[in-house]
Unconditional design. Sequence first.
Lengths: 289, 412, 344
Amino acid sequence: MSAFIQYTVQGLAGGGFYAMAALGLAVIFGVLGVVNFSHGACYMLGAVAAAVLLDVLHVHFWVALAVVPVLLFLVGVLMERLLIRWLLRLDPLYNFLLTFGLSLILVDLVKRRYGVSGLPYERPAGLAGQLHIGSIGLPAYSVFVWLFSLLICGIVWLLLTKTRVGMIVRASTEDAERTRALGINVGRWVTPVFGFGIALAGLAGVMAAPFRAITADMGSNFVIILFAVVVIGGLGSILGAVVAGFLVGLVEAYGQAYAPTFAQVAIFVLMAGVVLFRPAGLFGRDESA
Amino acid sequence: MRSRKQAVVVAAAVCGSLALAACGGGGPSAAGGKLSNDKVVFGLLNDQSGVYKDLSGPNSKVAIQMAIDDYKAKYGAKAVAKTIEIVTADHQNKPDIANTKAQEMYDRQNVDVILDVPTSSAALAVANVAKAKKKLFIDITAGTTELTGKSCNKYTYAWAYDTAMLAKGTGAAVVKNGGKSWSIVYPDYAFGQNMNKSFTEAVTGAGGTVQQSIPTPFPNDNFATFITKAASTNPQVIGIMAAGGDLINFVKQYNQAGMQSKAQLAVGLMFITDIHSLGVDQFAGTTFTDPWYWNFDAQNKAWADKFQAKTGTRPSFAHAGNYSAAMNYLEAVQAAGTDNADAVIKALDGKKINDVFLRNGEVRSDHRVVHDVYLAKVKTKDQVKEAWDYEQIVQTIPAADAFEPISADCKM
Amino acid sequence: MTHPLQNSTNSSRSPEPDAAGPLRDGRHSPLRWVMLAVGLIAALALPWFIYPPVAMDIAAWALFAISVDLLLGYTGLLSFGHAAFWGSSSYVTGLVAIHWGVPFPLAILGGMVFAMAIAVPIGYLSVRRTGIYFAMVTLAFGQMIYFVANQLSDLTGGENGLQALPKNFFGVSSVETDAFSFYYAAIGLILLGIWAAWRIVHSPFGRVLVAIRDNPARARALGYDVDHYKIIVFVLSAGLAGLAGGVFAISHGFTSLEELNWTTSGKVVLITVLGGIGTLWGGPLGAAIVITLEDRLASSGFEGTGIILGSIFVLIVLLFRHGIWGTARDLLQRRRDARKGPVD
């Protein structure tokens, strides 16, 4: 039983990365209609930024948690202004391909500058060791990741429901044309929202830095799982992205614990099932072809 | 008519681009005297931009050049090989690129011997090309036992290490030093499965017990559940068979879970570059087997100093291995008086070698080069006196104990 | 609603050239025959100019790209998991060649059939979504096949790959040992595949595909079972990708998990878009450029292959959306229209 609880916490922690990043992906898609293939590369950039800041400026983890998302926000703004916006009027496939090309460039740039062996990153002070709840020992870091990602999702949820920007984002996600028809200037929010989505990916990257190998390729497999997450959750649904993120994290953890050989395939089998029985995703709206 | 004009333009464009593409093709090789093309050409085929770039990469060319310089200094005017060149190519750890580049090296660039080739699938592909072209291939950095097993052939040598030796080394030695109960975590693919099997045999053979063998997906970046599982039986040693990026993920999470104080960590396959990238303190106390360590004795250090003067960094076993292979190849050419592959093979087979890389080395009949290897423990941060001074050699594992006997699968 | 790979009315670009070519005027123009002849000559002459194994790679990737273009340019579906068919066929081809010792065209046929067989369930599930969803779903299924192949390492050799595949060609020994001769033995299969794609595109079936690409609702209203057509073209495309993958495997004498990885799916999409979508010439052109570029970069020791390919790709998607061939064709078309004068 205690093992099960440990696996659950670990699954929720792993799911936290997916949830945060998928949230960014969903917000970007909702407002811009862009499926950002470079989301994994941005996650990687967040982790690399944290490592570089630590190495060069001795910026510690807790400060990096605040600083790196801001940096990634700027990166996102640049991406949108220089590249993405030219293709926004076209089918989303174009921006999908553009961001794919972008991810190749970003990964290779990091490889050239920092090599491939991975960047070192110290364990953050205060998060080492285990928390003991009763007889169960849980790695403190897993608990932190789980709770922090829940917190971030909660904050974003508040932003979406309580602020004007959030209302515009949700309205645009549900029905972009009607939102514009109502006279709301969605256009001026496009750039900041894109930047915000990228910042979320970068935040997930910083969280991953003490936990995962910081290599140029760390985002490549991550983005594919992320796609499975949003297909399961429903691409147009922000809630769906978060729920599916945690769900996939749990499936991964339980799969690894109880059926390791199938763990990797399990997520795709789940996705296949969702596509078969609920093509719009668990929370998605049914879209016509 | 316009369409005919357009047709001519298109045809000219196609022919023009074909002609452009032809630039860079090589001519046929002239029949040489004693040396083919009157020179010896080394082909360095490895990963110049990816995960193994630091382990061998472009610096291996420096190592080979050092061998060439030492050979020339040794034999002076009596050297059989007066003109020696090195060509390099990056196979990006992709076996199809390695396959094509190897063919090109032998066919068009007059390469006499290919060196290095990390990544097992690439090495096996190159071994097949070497067999087909009847030219030499000396593998340094790939560890698959198949090179001297199912895929062995007379033109292929395995110079530095293989995965079976790692198991025999670390597994048996750690048990003898007191680590008797093990949990093994291994990635569920051919390499990991073989390592698990070899380690289980080595550990139980030395009198230890393997409490669990836990498969993990490959590749994988989240090991939390597997660490929990491995720790659940309270073993003295946890053996991790993941390599490269997965290993770093594992070690980070292992330390995160506070396991460093609970069990000894033994790593199946690890390179000094892994320690460098993750940081000594994360790996402190970890045990693994290294085919060669630069700071082991004065002879190694002297060579490492020369290497550092040229490259600014310390050599890994791969660099030293490339040096040794190149040097011994040239010695064989010297002894045979020609670079003809079959003659060189005759000069190499059965040879006993003691150089900076190989101690008590011998070229076995299956073309596996056996030599002393070293059980290493990663130092703690305060024990490290200079950059790359990460290893404390606990024990030398003699050649006779280190490697598996000749495989029955190898039919040359 | 915007449709894949067509410009919306806001754009200032000229309308998409009718990709169903000669059907427009009902006869084959002389230019088309000349281009076909030049293409055939180029295909047959290639190993004289380019190192034969690389030439074979170009030919195989060209067919692979054409198979992707069949879906992308003509049906409007971006498959980002096509390596599943290229790669799985390469393994089955290899296994058949090793275990049954048949001449390689038969082994490749076996690989093709397998690729088409797995395309049926994958296609059935994938076409339930369109556009970007289709791309993501196929990407995910492609990775699934990759992981399954990794698991079956006893059969596939796992990460060591499947090695030592024989080049059996009815006992002709020069084909087995010489890459130059092998090229001529194998190019026929590639040309057959390209011809099959050409026939698919220039047929009533092909016209329905274009109709589906341009306006699926209208196609459905006209009584066509859109999903049915999509699955059929998906399976045909998988077969062509399988044919290309089989040739690739035999040419190299081995295959590995790399051929199933999503990066291979990404590479063929890059080649297709670079060359030009909605045109059967785009595939060979894109393949020639990318493969020779990669080959040169590998020898030169240059480290940034991804930067170069990625940048080219970004430029193409931003500025030359119809790819190199398509853009060239547009320029020629525009010059032809300009000389014709205002529309009468």
